[in-house]
Write a protein of this length. Sequence first.
Length: 162
Amino acid sequence: MDAYTCIIGKRDTRTYADKPIPPDALRRILQAGRMAGSAKNAQLSRFVLLEERERKQELAACGQFAAHIPWAPVVVAIVMPKEGRDFDAGRCAQNMMLAAHADGIASCPVSMHDQECARRVLSLPEGHKVPIVIAFGYPTDVPRAPGVPRTDLDELVHRERW
Ligand SMILES: Cc1cc2nc3c(=O)[nH]c(=O)nc-3n(C[C@H](O)[C@H](O)[C@H](O)COP(=O)(O)O)c2cc1C
């Protein structure tokens, strides 16, 4: 799969096959996150890997739309100090999700609306936040409901000025 096909074809997926992610595929995902650039190359993002069902259930309770988290074989919480830039976390997240997609692994980013809850579940040090959590798993055959189409390019792009 070339890079463009990978980017264009990635859809966020919330149902996962009961099939583990092999260690080499997981390493590639984490490596893709590691290689994301960051403002001033500060590299403030850290990844908390969750594979135990019970811990994933606890984390799911910290988000308002996170019910699928426990069913994903692997969940990665991106953690950074409070002063870290969410954009940097987003770059790690998208790198990881695209690397996974290229290997046939589906994913979905999940917001932690209750940050205190996420901090407690993940035993984070003081002054840290969880900008995003990502659920990873092989897709099922269950067809996805058609989502809202993306904004038309003509509406999205302004030339020279707004
Ligand atoms: C910052 C961010 C937070 C998101 N939080 C959630 C979430 O809490 N739960 C969820 O199911 N999806 C979440 N999503 C996924 C979006 O719903 C998804 O990207 C959007 O519907 C487009 O999906 P598609 O690429 O499959 O069309 C989040 C996406 C982003 C970028």
